[in-house]
Structures are given as structure tokens and as C-alpha cells.
Design a protein around this ligand. Structure first.
Ligand code: HEC
Length: 217
């Protein structure tokens, strides 16, 4: 009899607890109003006195660079261009794939002025919208891999920079293609594509394909 009483007592308690629970409302909180429930967070672009300039969004530390982005060492000056022209070489192997990718991007960005053949006779020149586009075999300019890359990166006078439209890898692919157009204009024999073994060697010496393709835009 006593145990029956006990069981029914427990049942009543349990039932009343369950029946009072309203799932549509937040339950009771223990330790309410502590930082453990509601952290003291600042709005990303909020103004707060405790920060320098009252600004919660901080600038990156001086000298920091985005992940995957490699700084380009040469400056946008005549000396920088001369140095790039003399020293800088293409880290990408001369493969059919790199050349084709270069052609693809060249056709999008460069051909309107420089022409499909690189002879300076793009559609804008034919329609007399722009003047003074050099041919890639211009003897006075004697372009090199380094100078081509530099000019794509910074632009030159009337030619704008293509650094924002292209990745580092694409710029080097375009450079391969521009140099192949130059060879064609000069009537030089076609440059043979590099094979697997040569690519391995090239990778160890210079920058690597993998490095370049890691680069963000
Ligand atoms: C709006 C037209 C235009 C477009 C598009 C353009 N260029 Fe040029 N490019 C020029 C002009 C103009 C010059 C001559 C600049 C000068 O010497 O003052 C030039 C010069 C060059 C030179 C010679 C630089 C030197 O060292 O003398 C190269 C190489 C070159 N461009 C490559 C490219 C490549 C690669 C692209 C595409 C990514 C491109 N250009 C897109 C107008 C253009």
C-alpha cells in the first residue's frame, strides 16, 4: 500500500512537470545574465571608445599579405621595368596546356589592341579607336619574358594594368603566348614543348607551377 502511494506520488509530480512545459517559450536559465550565455561581442564595424580611433575593425598589421598572394618585387618605374626585363624569367614550364591557357586569356584581354597575331593590328586599331600599339617583334622594344610580365602587371602609358583581371599563373601563361607570337612574327622556329622530366627540373630551379596556381586573384 505504501509503495503504491509512492508510485502515484512520483507519477503526479512527473506528469505535472511535463504538462507545464511549453516548448514554444524559452526555458528557465540557470546563471542568467552571465557572460557565459551572452558574450560581450562588438559589432564588426561598430564605434567603441576603447579602440584606437574608436574603430573596432582593425587594419591588417603593417606588411601583412593575403594568404597565397606573392609580392611582386619590381617597382612600377623605368628602373623596375628594366630590371624585370633583364632578370625575370617565366617560372612556368613551356607546355601545350600553359600555352593554350595563355592564348585563351590573351584573346580575352589583349587581342583587341595587339591583334590575334600580336602584330599590333587589333580590332580597335583597325577601327582607329586607338593608336600606337606596338608589334611584339618591334626591334626597339626587344621584349623579354620579364618585360612582358611587368607590363601586364603594371600597364604602360596608354595600356592599363591587368593585375586585377588575371592571376599570377595566368600572367605567366599569357607571357608564354606573347613570346610565341613574337617568335612567329620573327619567323623563328617553334619552341618545343617541355616534357615531364624537364618540367621536374624546371620546377626545382625556378618558381613552381603549383606555387603559381595556388595564388588567389
Ligand atoms: C587598350 C589597348 C591595349 C590592350 C588591351 C593591351 N595593350 Fe599592351 N600595349 C598597348 C599600348 C598603347 C602599348 C604601348 C605602350 C607604350 O610604350 O607607351 C602596349 C605595349 C605592350 C607591350 C610592349 C611593352 C614594352 O616593353 O615596350 C607588351 C609586351 C604588351 N603591351 C602586352 C600586352 C598584353 C599581354 C596585354 C593583355 C594582357 C595587353 N598588352 C593589352 C595597348 C594595349
Amino acid at each position: 500500500m505504501r509503495s503504491l502511494f509512492r508510485i502515484s506520488f512520483v507519477l503526479v509530480i512527473a506528469l505535472s512537470t511535463v504538462s507545464c512545459m511549453d516548448k514554444s517559450k524559452p526555458n528557465y536559465r540557470f546563471m542568467a545574465d552571465t557572460d557565459m550565455y551572452q558574450s560581450v561581442a562588438y559589432e564588426t564595424y561598430g564605434e567603441y571608445e576603447i579602440f584606437e580611433n574608436g574603430q573596432q575593425a582593425k587594419l591588417p598589421a603593417p606588411g601583412s599579405i593575403p594568404r597565397g598572394w606573392k609580392p611582386y618585387e619590381y617597382e612600377d618605374t623605368n628602373e623596375g621595368r628594366a630590371a624585370a626585363k633583364a632578370e625575370l624569367t617565366n617560372p612556368l614550364p613551356y607546355t601545350e596546356e600553359n600555352l593554350n591557357q595563355g592564348k585563351r586569356v590573351y584573346t580575352i584581354y589583349c587581342a583587341v589592341c595587339h591583334g590575334d597575331k600580336g602584330d599590333g593590328q587589333g580590332i580597335l586599331v583597325q577601327r582607329e579607336k586607338i593608336l600606337g600599339i606596338p608589334s611584339y617583334d618591334d626591334v626597339g622594344r626587344a621584349i623579354t619574358e620579364g618585360s612582358v610580365y611587368h607590363v601586364i602587371y603594371y600597364g604602360l602609358n596608354a595600356m592599363g594594368s591587368y593585375a586585377h583581371q588575371t592571376t599570377e599563373e595566368e600572367r605567366w601563361q599569357i607571357t608564354h603566348y606573347v613570346m610565341s607570337l613574337k617568335d612567329e612574327l620573327e619567323g623563328n622556329p617553334e619552341r618545343p614543348f617541355e616534357t615531364g622530366d624537364q618540367i621536374q627540373g624546371g620546377t626545382a630551379n625556378g618558381g613552381t607551377t603549383a606555387d603559381a596556381s595556388n595564388n588567389a586573384r
